[in-house]
Design a protein around this ligand. Structure first.
Ligand SMILES: *Cc1c(COP(=O)(O)O)cnc(C)c1O
Length: 367
């Protein structure tokens, strides 16, 4: 048996007719940028998140950049974020000219440690940017409390957290603005690049809408400085079809996580669902001291695994100019984490196959 890490062709086969129809409709209409599909999707996605507004942009990275620009954050400003994340989190900050400042994570959820934030706040700090990594939201209550005390914005990186909840609310509700990615492999993915910002703040919404379209208010009249970062009509049409399935697919991920949890709890550290959270398992990340050997072993058995992420942002060559103190927990867990195959179309026998070989590795192949 060969088990791929993700398999979007299975998804497409499931919803082929609806997707084909949605794309055809856009092609026949002949309108590709900022039209009805994007508008509808923005309404539907904002409603799904329980927030007032959404603005479609070209990627998750640019969602972060546009959100920060809409808050007036740029050169000379500092934004506090985590180093244990996908590099684009910090790239989105860098794009605005602001400086990313990295804080450590807590060990249970591997998310931003609120208790480490205050020591990094300076007079230049403008925002805190937590990442809802792996499909689980950071401690938004505590983070927002700290932000309020120091008069800082909260910008959420929700690129891995479509549908995740903290005390019954989704990303975009607690913070000033949340940034989503629709990269194909995300829980809600386009068939190309895409992203969105979600907010309850009308002013941020209006500014972000201008910024994504060269600051243009009415045709050829440019009110503020902006860039070109738009979600296109074909991707929006695809996302509208897929949004209807998001809850069902997240439930499937949660069910698969439950089976993994039960099967693997005696051999590795399985991921924790923290109090008050609804984890949507964008990634299922286990921890073990024998990570590299395990990864190699599973590969020989035909099972693809990945590491999210092997090099923290503050240790990336490209981020050398942004100095950071040591981040003890971030640097410790990168040697232990391993992401197992996780997508809504995994079959029961495939999940059992992974569990069997994991157990085999630990119980039979080890001295
Ligand atoms: C995917 C991702 C991004 C970037 O999204 P793109 O759409 O690829 O630009 C940002 N942050 C996190 C945590 C991500 O997983």
């Amino acid at each position: 048996m060969e088990i791929k890490f993700g398999d979007l062709s299975r998804e497409y086969r499931e919803i082929k007719e609806e997707i084909d129809r949605a794309i055809k409709k856009v092609l026949e209409k002949g309108w590709f940028i900022l039209g009805e599909e994007v508008e509808r999707f923005e309404e539907e996605f904002a409603q799904y998140c329980g927030a007032g507004y959404a603005v479609g942009v070209a990627s998750g990275t640019e969602a972060i950049a546009v959100a920060l620009m809409a808050l007036g954050i740029g050169p000379g400003d500092e934004v506090i974020t985590v180093s244990h994340t996908a590099v684009p989190t910090a790239v989105g900050i860098w794009m605005t000219g602001a400086t990313p400042v990295f804080v450590d994570i807590e060990e249970e959820g591997m998310l931003m440690d609120p208790e480490k934030i205050e020591e990094k706040i300076t007079e230049k700090t403008k925002a805190i940017l937590p990442v809802h990594l792996y499909g689980q939201m950071a401690d938004m209550e505590r983070i927002c409390e700290i932000a309020k005390k120091h008069n800082l914005y909260v910008v959420e990186d929700a690129a891995q957290a479509h549908g995740a909840e903290y005390k019954g609310k989704k990303a975009g509700v607690y913070g000033d603005v949340a940034c989503y990615s629709f990269y194909p492999s995300k829980n809600l993915g386009a068939y190309g690049d895409g992203g969105a910002i979600v907010t309850n703040n009308e002013e941020i919404y209006k500014k972000a809408k201008l910024i994504r379209n060269y600051g243009q208010e009415t045709r050829y009249h440019h009110k503020i400085m902006g860039i070109n970062s738009r979600l296109d009509e074909i991707q929006a049409a695809i996302l509208r079809v897929k949004l209807k399935y998001l809850d069902e697919w997240n439930e499937k991920r949660r069910k698969i996580a439950g089976i993994y949890d039960e099967g693997l709890k005696d051999v590795v550290k399985t991921p924790l669902e923290l109090p008050g959270r609804k984890h949507v398992y964008h990634l299922y990340v286990i921890r073990t001291g024998k990570r590299d050997e395990l990864m190699e072993y599973l590969k020989k058995k035909g099972i693809s695994t990945l590491i999210h992420y092997p090099v923290p942002v503050h240790l990336q060559e490209s981020f050398r100019e942004f100095t950071s103190s040591r981040l003890e927990k971030t640097e410790k867990i990168v040697g232990e984490i391993l992401s197992l195959p996780m997508h809504p179309f995994l079959k029961e026998e495939e999940i059992e196959f992974v569990i069997m070989h994991m157990k085999d590795f630990f119980l039979n192949k080890q001295p």
